[in-house]
Design a protein. Structure first.
Length: 192
């Protein structure tokens, strides 16, 4: 699969923004944003483990580094950061609520993945941009996983950095966890 074929796949559905969530990895797995998009025939859950920012009318509404600031925009102490169960004491929580209110139900105009792994989701008056700026080893790492639930036939498209180029693979070996406790769909790639 190539970036062009993935972009074509994204274009075939008319998605709407449902919600953006964040899940702390707690040192066990990577921190991740979960972007849920919905069309008439498909649900797409985009798991983003790179830097992310949301912009509306030229103003940054949210960025990954908000995780390390308190609700007043001051740097949070390590003790306070570790004392929270999730992200409730951070500016990221406040800004996620703002983004979800601002973009809820908005039509997605375009979803595009660049040849170097950056993802841009464009909505009316705004955008969500996931960009990878971390230099990693030759073994690479996951950047973005996209769960597509179409006609009850789930698959995951895995976008990873490998030897400084983008690798895109598709798998049906996925474990899906239903929505619960205010969290949307979650998924894991099944280990073989």
């Amino acid at each position: 699969m190539t970036t062009n074929s993935l972009n074509t796949l994204f274009r075939k559905n008319e998605y709407q923004f449902q919600r953006l969530e964040f899940e702390r990895g707690l040192g066990i797995v990577d921190d991740a944003f979960y972007l849920t998009l919905k069309s008439r025939d498909c649900i797409a859950v985009v798991k983003i483990v790179t830097n992310l920012r949301c912009v509306k009318r030229g103003k940054t509404l949210l960025r990954y580094n908000d995780l390390f600031l308190d609700k007043d925009g001051k740097e949070i102490s390590k003790k306070e950061f570790r004392s929270q169960a999730g992200i409730e004491k951070t500016l990221l929580q406040t800004n996620l609520e703002y983004v979800n209110n601002a973009f809820s139900g908005k039509n997605i105009n375009k979803i595009s993945l660049s040849s170097y792994g950056d993802l841009k989701v464009t909505l009316s008056g705004g955008s969500i941009i996931a960009c990878d700026d971390v230099d990693v080893s030759k073994d690479g790492r996951h950047l973005i996983d996209v769960l597509l639930l179409e006609n009850s036939d789930p698959c995951v498209i895995v976008i990873s950095d490998y030897r400084k180029s983008i690798r895109i693979t598709k798998t049906k070996d996925v474990i899906i966890y239903p929505e619960k406790d205010g969290c949307g769909l979650r998924f894991l790639l099944a280990k073989k």
